[in-house]
Design a protein around this ligand. Structure first.
Ligand SMILES: Cc1ncc(COP(=O)(O)O)c(C=O)c1O
Length: 322
């Protein structure tokens, strides 16, 4: 028997499961759970920053609303509201070490039934656990263009964070790491830049900040929205447009952003070199972002009204019944 390797990330010893804080192993689905087999669960991820003596739940509301919408779309109907879930996260954090955690909510059918579309009577579970996370890490990243395309929203709507869709990210990231890079950058079927394995991408050039339009099967990340808002506040010009995979050498800098990774500068995408960290635009965005997460500056009142969240990604859509 192979020795079990130590996991790279420790998970909190307790998890919130359907309203109760329980030992994390007892929150697991059955090995015969259809969600596990089909990848039909929905998840999200948010930061619980430890600022001084308290937890600061960064963008909790939009994260939890996005999670609940994704659950409804994937017929994982549960009755927990974003307010209930936020309360659950606070109950969980009360039992966690006082350090910054990434919180992962996930909805699934845990019962043993392997049908493609399981019986409606099967219970649907919502679990949330945490992973201690570093913040403000200065590391710069090396990226490579992925040999696999970004999954199309015409196949699986990318904005719902459906577990199975992340096999696409897994394949891209595995290729990147095996080739000595830190992350992959996807192209869509039209050869346009889409995003990184699990993060959105921005470039810096003559136009100011440039980021791919959502139509390139881009996940509408909340950090992306926040960066666009910060750019507006700072007076940095922004172009949200199609970015062709062949135009990367026009840019002088680039960075990726996500809840867990925050904002990370890119030094290369394959043979194209970037001097991101000496860009005043990058410096200004990074410092304004940290002012928010450390609660030194106020957040936007409404994220949902920003233009960055618009833009249909799919002509046909798997409708919501609720
Ligand atoms: C595919 C993908 N792109 C981008 C992001 C960044 O989104 P957010 O900023 O909301 O974390 C994520 C994170 O969940 C993601 O899974």
């Amino acid at each position: 028997m192979q020795p079990m390797r130590t996991p790279r990330q420790a998970v909190t010893s307790e998890a919130w499961l359907d309203g109760l804080v329980v030992p994390t192993p007892s929150a697991s689905p059955s090995v015969a759970s259809s969600t596990f087999h089909m990848g039909s669960g929905v998840f999200d991820g948010l930061m619980a920053y430890r600022n001084g003596d308290h937890w600061h739940l960064h963008l909790a509301r939009p994260h939890l609303e996005r999670f609940c919408v994704g659950c409804r779309r994937m017929r994982l109907t549960h009755n927990w509201t974003p307010t209930d879930l936020e309360q659950g996260i606070r109950e969980l954090l009360d039992r966690c070490p006082s350090t910054t955690h990434y919180i992962r909510p996930i909805a699934f059918r845990g019962a043993p039934e392997i049908l493609l579309t399981p019986s409606e009577s099967l219970p649907i579970s919502v679990a949330m656990f945490g992973v201690p996370a570093d913040r403000d890490v200065p590391a710069a990243l090396r990226a490579t263009l992925s040999p696999v395309q970004r999954v199309s929203s015409e196949a699986i709507p990318v904005r719902w964070k459906v577990c199975g869709a992340y096999a696409n990210s897994f394949i891209a990231q595995t290729h990147a790491q095996e080739d000595g890079f830190d992350t992959a950058i996807f192209l869509d079927r039209a050869g346009r830049i889409s995003e990184a394995s699990v993060a959105n991408v921005f470039f810096i050039g003559d136009e100011g900040l440039v980021t791919p339009h959502l139509r390139a099967d881009v996940f509408p990340g909340l950090t992306r929205v926040l960066v666009l808002w910060l750019a507006e506040q700072l007076g940095v010009p922004v172009a949200v447009r199609d970015v062709d995979g062949t135009e990367l050498d026009q840019f002088t800098g680039g960075f990726i952003c996500s809840t867990l990774m925050e904002i990370k500068p890119l030094t290369v995408i394959d043979s194209v070199r970037f001097d991101t960290t000496s860009s005043p635009i990058f410096e200004a965005i990074l410092s304004a972002f940290r002012d928010l997460t450390h609660e030194r500056a106020p957040y936007p009142e409404e994220l949902g009204d920003l233009p960055a969240t618009d833009g249909a990604q799919s002509r046909r859509t798997f409708s919501s019944r609720s």
